[in-house]
Design a binder for this molecule. Structure first.
Ligand SMILES: N[C@@H](CCC(=O)N[C@@H](CS)C(=O)NCC(=O)O)C(=O)O
Length: 281
């Protein structure tokens, strides 16, 4: 009889920790909650951010730097690093800030009781509403802005968890998932490209939280700094996304925000923790 290597799922899935060879084997687990007691550090500013400079983390540090650049002094923040590869997202303090154990998490101490916000999209919206900035004023404008913000939150897992995982991180290259997710990511890039063909930003001529959310994912992808997939996905063909991404990359607040909680890559562009504007100067 011919031998087959095809995977046959068992009746009930089991967690086989010792067989997990993936890059994230040490942190992947099928249960939620804290694994150890550890309080979160606390600085002196109203906003305490617990994060890392991944695309989701960068959305929030860019937003805070944009708010400060726009003169919103009350947006001052401390940014503490959460090392997700060593499991710091499973400490009891972090789990209290985000029961989903993923960066970024923000705690706002300027309210009558400390207010926790998790999910990067929710944090962007919270800050936009709190400071009345980077969000359109009209109901129609808000509708468009939130549609693109939620588009990003729903779509990026196909790019990161789907395409990026199988193209760049999985222990072996498998044709089926790479094909499936490359197809979807190219479709998403075409959605963005067609939309940006006759607009400067996602919501017209105003730079908003929609741009701040989409740029670290799809902007970095077309600029070649995500998954090293620029040739494979022929990102040069998405000319409107490239024009949009290159313009945003030059903003001072974007350059500052990208460095916060960064502990890899070019040393000059790293800043482990941020407690004062001067840390970035
Ligand atoms: N939808 C969440 C996703 C956050 C997320 O996936 N964070 C990743 C880093 S980019 C993380 O903390 N991973 C740690 C883990 O999975 O244990 C958001 O946008 O805030």
């Amino acid at each position: 009889m011919e031998e087959t290597t095809e995977y046959v799922p068992p009746k009930v899935w089991k967690w086989e920790q010792e067989n997990d060879e993936g890059r994230f084997a040490a942190i992947n687990r099928p249960i939620a909650g804290a694994t150890h007691e550890k309080d979160l550090p606390m600085g002196e500013h109203p906003h305490q951010l617990y994060s890392l400079a991944t695309p989701n983390g960068v959305k929030v540090t860019v937003m805070l730097e944009e708010l400060l650049a726009a003169g919103k002094k009350e947006a001052e923040y401390d940014a503490w690093i959460i090392d997700i590869m060593s499991g710091e997202q499973f400490g009891s303090g972090f789990v209290a800030a985000n029961p989903n154990s993923k960066i970024p998490a923000l705690v706002d101490h300027s309210q009558s009781a400390p207010t926790r916000i998790f999910e990067s999209g929710a944090i962007l919206l919270y800050l936009a509403e709190k400071f009345d900035a980077f969000i359109p004023e009209t109901l129609e404008g808000k509708a468009e802005c939130l549609s693109w913000l939620f588009w990003q939150m729903g779509s990026a897992p196909y790019l990161g968890g789907g395409f990026g995982h199988f193209y760049a991180y999985a222990p072996e290259k498998y044709e089926y998932p790479i094909n499936r997710f490359a197809m979807e990511v190219k479709r998403q890039l075409d959605v963005l490209d067609q939309h940006l063909a006759n607009r400067e930003f996602f919501c017209g001529d105003q730079y908003t939280i929609a741009d701040i959310a989409i740029h670290p994912w799809y902007g970095n992808l077309v600029l070649g700094s995500q998954y090293d997939a620029q040739e494979f996905l022929a990102v040069h063909t998405y000319t409107h996304v490239q024009r949009w991404a290159s313009g945003i990359k030059e903003r001072n607040a974007v350059k500052r925000g990208q460095r916060v909680n960064k502990v890899w890559g070019n040393e000059e562009k790293q800043l482990r923790e941020r407690h004062d504007a001067a840390d970035l100067d």
